[in-house]
Design a protein around this ligand. Structure first.
Ligand code: 26W
Length: 810
């Protein structure tokens, strides 16, 4: 019924009046947003219920994707698009004198994630719904998502992200499906007829309340679910008049401690801190998630001995690894199943993805802390470790080093990656090279022990969000050329290769890019009062700020260009706009210095008249999904310059590619596969390879002073960080200077500098030939289909989860 414009208007107006009690003239943008979103939510309700009924009837196995992060961005636009309501909605609102975009703009990003891992989860959910893969996301309903970034005086300042302030029109609270999660206390062992029973006593009990958000498939009647849990106190109906002051005080303390569990998303990526609250969050998620799954499974008549045949539980990195001992606990303590059978069920239900090999990111929990918080779960982890070590001993008798190295508990710490590998039937990396590093280096012993578990699933992105939604002009151009089949079958983008020599197609592609640059330029003018040249090369690095991602290398090339231009202002090079964006973990001091450096460089360069506007540098504040949707379509160059071996996959690289930008990249993560797909001519590659980097590490690194002493450009740049010539203050960036020289440049910035600069010059030359450049853009778009998360989740479904797609009939 919403497909009809008049009906749409009528229902929208009715909602504004009856629910918000205001006339359309009185309604605020927020009123309009709430009315529109709740209208859409109610519209899909029937399909939502129907989808789950169809799954129960037709699906042999269903997936539960556990992740402590899902970085969704703004739901409204995606939902309208996937329902096929975007045009009718826009037209209906136009008639009423309301601008849909202004409504979309006031929606808060659902920022329940840090970066790559969380966004991957969101892309997967979209793809699975669009393909009809029976999947449910499970996560925590953080009251505050990832902090908002303000830049003050060039420095990052963090502001709370109160995304629920106006309520969340997309979620449905399911109080009746709440479950209890137990912490602390002690475990009494009872001997019942020669059988041990474990009784958990004196525990602290909290309530996990589910809230469901719809995940709408692309025009296929399918609505999957993202279930988010919030932590709430168990007793809410207390009569305070009957309590003493101490009791009231105690209750308030209890309430705060409970609510703190789902209060805030930890803002770190790649840096693990053994905080007890984080452990609480992790157990809270898996215990609540598993209990609701099992409750539903049994209600539908399922027998626990068949659990693994019907349910696939996926853990997104090690953060939800406690699903393994928690499932064991439920099977043994609550379902009365023997250890061996319980272990069989568990290890055939659970699969695990690794997302990073950086040692500082690997989770290891202190045994004493763990035991105190989760006494029964600790007993189970301990037993898993005992049995595993015995197995190792049988396989490698007396090989103590190997056993110690592989143990789950070692040196008073629980190694979560080891637990995840031992307790699951599948372990995958996120790009070919990353999986190879897991197999041959980081998890070599585990690969030798159980090679059949290891496999690769190269990441992907949903092209419906990152192309169809973010870049409507390019989408239309593509559809005009090859039809719209690519929306459901992204591999058919390959048909565009035949347009790479078509000058009218390329001319149109050029116009589309310019149009998108204009949109971004307007935003930059509005927010920062900086003019950018629409004919300049828009060169972008947007991602979390991290030393291994080497924003510093990018800055050094910019400084080198700047000095070159200052020496020779008439140099014939295309002008460039360098754009950066990204958040630093609040406790990551170096990353925050890098942000300050970029802003300082931006300040110096943008005001320098000598270089005649040939260079502009902009740091975009508060980089997030909704801003990213403006950035990718406007970019010409994608900076993917991590130290080889460090970036497990990268997914931003794919978003650039599908929007027709050319990668400047190292042979790291999925860059390697992108280059393989587009060919060397359509990719700018530079720098050390994975093997070279690893071999340097084995041999104690390289001497960065040698580069400083032999390359005058490097010396000039590094000196200017501390001598006051550039930034007017001595020692301003001493920390960066020290890490590159006296701490021996762990990420090979200086080592890769020369090749990077040379390759940038090559790129500049190539840009001068417009049609050659547009040919490269076309080739990139044409070959981007394989980096759709449709392809990725199909591989997971077929090879890991063994689930089949279900067509939901109308
Ligand atoms: C415990 C602290 C912590 C928090 C988050 C450690 C590690 C993480 C994540 C695993 C970091 C992350 O997002 N990794 C990224 O995952 C992406 C999706 O697979 C990859 O594309 C990126 O290369 C990888 O850095």
């Amino acid at each position: 019924m919403l497909k009809d414009k008049e009906k749409f208007k009528e229902m929208f107006l009715d909602r504004i009046q009856t629910i918000y009690g205001v006339t359309i003239e009185e309604a605020s943008v927020t009123d309009k947003y709430m009315a529109l979103s709740s209208l859409i939510r109610d519209y899909i309700y029937r399909n939502w219920v129907h989808t789950h009924r169809e799954y129960d009837k037709k699906a042999e196995r269903q997936v539960y994707y556990f992740s402590v992060e899902f970085l969704k961005g703004k739901p409204l636009g995606n939902n309208l698009l996937n329902l096929g309501l975007k045009d009718v909605c826009k037209e209906a609102l136009d008639d009423l004198g309301i601008d849909l975009e202004s409504i979309e703009n006031i929606e808060n990003d659902v920022g329940l994630g840090n970066g790559g891992l969380g966004r991957l989860g969101a892309c997967f959910l979209e793809s699975m719904a669009s393909l009809g893969i029976p999947c449910h996301g499970c996560t925590i309903r953080y009251k505050y998502g990832l902090f908002k970034q303000k830049i003050i005086d060039g420095y990052q300042v963090e502001v709370l992200d109160n995304w629920l302030r106006n309520g969340n029109p997309w979620e449905v609270r399911k109080t009746d499906k709440s479950v209890e999660v137990k912490f602390k206390g002690k475990v009494r062992v009872n001997n019942k007829n020669g059988k041990m029973a474990f009784i958990h006593e004196d525990y602290e009990s909290i309530l996990a309340v589910p809230n469901d958000m719809p995940i709408i498939g692309y025009r296929n009647n399918t609505v999957n679910t993202l279930r988010t849990f919030s932590a709430e106190p168990k007793r809410t109906e207390l009569d305070f008049t009957l309590l003493s002051r101490e009791e009231v005080q105690k209750y308030i303390e209890y309430k705060h401690s409970v609510e703190s569990i789902s209060e805030i998303l930890y803002p770190d990526d790649h840096n693990y801190e053994g905080k007890v609250l984080r452990l609480k969050q992790q157990y809270f998620l898996v215990s609540a998630g598993l209990q609701t799954i099992i409750r539903r499974f049994k209600k539908k008549g399922g027998m626990m001995k068949n659990f693994h045949e019907k349910v696939a539980i996926h853990i997104n990195d090690t953060h939800p690894t406690l699903a393994i001992p928690e499932l064991m606990r439920i099977l043994i303590d609550e379902e009365d199943i023997e250890w061996d059978e319980a272990w069989y069920i568990t290890t055939n239900a659970i699969s695990y993805t690794n997302h990073t090999i950086l040692p500082e990111a690997l989770e290891k929990w202190n045994v004493d802390m763990f035991k105190g918080l989760l006494p029964r779960i600790y007993m189970i982890v301990h037993e898993i470790n005992e049995r595993f070590c015995k197995e190792l001993w049988n396989r490698y008798p007396e090989d103590w080093d190997r056993i110690r190295n592989m143990a789950i508990i070692n040196n008073n710490y629980i190694n979560m990656a080891h637990l995840a590998v031992v307790g699951s039937y599948s372990v995958n990396g996120v790009a070919k090279v990353h999986t190879d590093i897991l197999k041959n280096q980081v998890m070599k012993n585990f690969y030798d022990f159980s090679p059949y578990k290891f496999n690769n699933k190269t990441n992907g992105i949903t092209h419906r969000t990152w192309l169809l939604k973010a870049n409507p002009k390019l989408s239309n151009l593509i559809t005009d050329a090859i039809g719209d089949k690519w929306i459901k079958e992204p591999s058919s983008l390959i048909k565009l290769t035949s347009y790479s020599q078509d000058s009218s197609f390329k001319e149109n592609l050029f116009k589309v890019k310019k149009h998108n640059k204009q949109i971004l330029a307007d935003l930059i003018k509005r927010e920062y009062n900086i003019n950018i040249d629409l004919d300049s090369i828009v060169d972008v690095q947007v991602k979390r700020i991290h030393e291994y991602k080497r924003q510093i290398l990018n800055v050094f090339n910019i400084l080198n260009m700047y000095y070159t231009l200052k020496d020779n202002p008439d140099l014939d090079i295309p002008s460039r706009t360098f754009i950066f964006g990204g958040k630093a973990a609040p406790g990551y001091y170096m990353a925050k210095e890098i942000i300050k450096l970029i802003n300082s460089v931006s300040y110096v360069i943008n005001k320098d008249k000598i270089i005649k506007d040939k260079l502009k540098v902009i740091f975009l504040e508060n980089y997030r999904v909704s801003l990213a949707e403006r950035v990718f379509p406007a970019s010409d160059v994608s900076e993917q310059i991590s130290t080889a071996s460090k970036e497990a996959s990268g997914t931003g690289n794919m978003k650039f590619m599908i929007n027709g930008s050319i990668t400047m990249g190292t042979l790291d993560g999925a860059n390697i596969e992108i280059r393989d797909a587009v060919g060397d001519d359509n990719f700018f590659n530079f720098g050390l390879t994975v093997d070279e980097v690893l071999s340097y590490y084995r041999n104690g690194g390289y001497n960065s002073w040698d580069v400083y002493n032999s390359d005058y450009r490097v010396k000039r740049i590094l000196d200017s960080l501390i001598d006051g010539t550039l930034f007017g203050e001595k020692d301003k960036f001493r920390m960066i200077y020290e890490s590159l020289l006296n701490n021996n440049d762990q990420y090979f910035v200086l080592k890769d500098f020369d090749d990077y600069v040379k390759t940038q010059v090559k790129l500049q030359e190539r840009y001068k030939n417009k049609y050659k450049w547009l040919e490269m853009c076309t080739e990139n778009i044409a070959n981007a289909g394989k980096f759709s998360s449709d392809r990725t989740v199909k591989e997971y479904a077929k090879h890991i989860w063994k689930v089949k797609e279900v067509q939901v009939e109308k």
